[in-house]
Design a protein around this ligand. Structure first.
Ligand SMILES: [Zn+2]
Length: 310
C-alpha cells in the first residue's frame, strides 16, 4: 500500500503553499498536481518544479520507468478519454453512491496508483502528496487499488478565493505565453460551494478527510503541519521543522510536476495570509459571494461581516 495525502479544495485556496511546506517534512515526497501530469508533462514537456524540462528531470524519469517502463508507454489519449468519462464534477453523485466501481474508474485510478507507488519507491518517502485539488478525482481515487488515501480538504474564505480568481497570473512554465484561468466572483462562488460540498460527501463515504482552513494554517503553520503529519501517519516533532522561521519558510528544490507558480520558489517563502480582498474586492461582489456562500462560510467558522474577519 502506498500512503497518499491528497490536497483538495477549490483552486486559489492555498493548496500549493500547504504542499510546499509538507514537501519539506522528512518522509514526505510532494508531486504537485498529478492530474495535469499527462498533458502538461508527459505530452507537452513543461518544466518540473526543479526547473528542468519534465523529460530532463531525473526524478520523474525514474518514476516513469518504474511505473510504466518509461513515459513513452503511457497512452495519454487513453488517460484523457478515461478522465472525460469518469472525472467530472457532474459524476460525483454517481461516484459517491457506487457500491462497486465501474471498470473505467478503476482503470483511470490505476494510472495514478502506479505513479504514486513509483514515486514512493524512487524517493524512499513514506507518504506522497498529490495536490490535484479536484473533488471528482478524489472521489475516483477512493477506488484506487493499493492506495491508502487520506484527503486534506483545504478551505479558504470564499471572498478571498473569488478575488484571487479575478487577478491575472502568468504561467512561468510556458515562458509567459499563457495565463492562468480567471473566473468572475459569481462563478467562483458557485464553484466554491460545489467543490467544498463534494469533499464533505467524500468524508461521509468513509474516506479519511481532514479539513484545514488556509487562514488558520498561516496563523500557526507549525501546529498545523504537525497535525497534518499525524493525519498522514508520520511521527514528527517540532525539531523536524527547521525550515519554519518566524514569518517565513526556507524551501529546498522540489519536483512538483504541475500547479501554481509557487512550486518554483526556492529559498525564502513569506508566510502571511493574503487579505488583499478585504480592500480590493468591490463591496457589491463581496456581498454577492458572501450571500451565495453564506451557509458554508458559517459552517466552516468564517464571520460574514468583513470587519470581523480581518
Ligand atoms: Zn524535477
Amino acid at each position: 500500500m502506498v500512503r497518499v495525502l491528497y490536497l483538495g479544495g477549490l483552486g486559489r485556496s492555498g493548496t500549493t503553499l500547504v504542499e510546499r511546506l509538507l514537501g519539506e517534512l522528512p518522509g514526505v515526497c510532494a508531486l504537485g498536481e498529478v492530474v495535469h501530469l499527462w498533458q502538461r508533462d508527459v505530452r507537452d514537456d513543461e518544466r518540473c518544479g526543479c526547473g528542468a524540462r519534465f523529460s530532463g528531470c531525473d526524478f520523474w524519469r525514474r518514476v516513469g520507468e518504474r511505473a510504466f517502463g518509461g513515459w513513452a508507454n503511457v497512452d495519454v489519449d487513453r488517460v484523457h478519454a478515461l478522465r472525460d468519462a469518469v472525472e467530472r464534477t457532474r459524476h460525483i453523485p454517481r461516484l459517491a453512491s457506487a457500491v462497486e466501481a465501474p471498470d473505467e474508474v478503476r482503470e483511470y485510478a490505476g494510472y495514478y496508483a502506479r505513479v504514486y507507488a513509483a514515486a514512493a519507491d524512487v524517493s524512499g518517502a513514506a507518504v506522497v502528496v498529490d495536490s490535484s485539488k479536484h473533488s471528482a478525482l478524489a472521489h475516483v481515487l477512493r477506488w484506487a487499488d493499493g492506495v491508502d488515501l487520506r484527503v486534506v480538504h483545504v478551505v479558504r474564505d470564499a471572498r478571498g478565493v473569488a478575488y484571487s480568481w479575478t487577478k491575472r497570473v502568468t504561467r512561468p512554465e510556458t515562458d509567459g505565453a499563457d495565463e492562468m484561468t480567471r473566473y468572475s466572483p459569481g462563478r467562483s462562488a458557485l464553484l466554491w460551494n460545489a467543490h467544498n460540498a463534494a469533499f464533505g460527501l467524500l468524508a461521509r463515504r468513509g474516506v479519511a478527510v481532514r479539513r484545514i482552513r488556509y487562514e488558520q494554517f498561516l496563523a500557526d503553520p507549525r501546529a498545523e503541519l504537525l497535525g497534518l503529519a499525524e493525519f498522514a501517519g508520520l511521527r514528527l516533532a517540532a525539531a523536524d521543522l527547521p525550515f519554519l522561521r518566524p514569518g517565513h519558510a526556507e524551501l529546498t528544490t522540489g519536483h512538483s510536476a504541475a500547479g501554481n507558480p509557487m512550486r518554483f520558489t526556492v529559498g525564502r517563502l513569506p508566510l502571511r495570509r493574503d487579505d488583499a480582498w478585504v480592500r480590493a474586492l468591490p463591496a457589491l461582489q463581496r456581498r454577492l459571494v458572501g450571500a451565495v456562500c453564506g451557509p458554508m462560510l458559517r459552517a466552516y467558522g468564517y464571520p460574514l461581516a468583513v470587519e470581523e474577519s480581518r
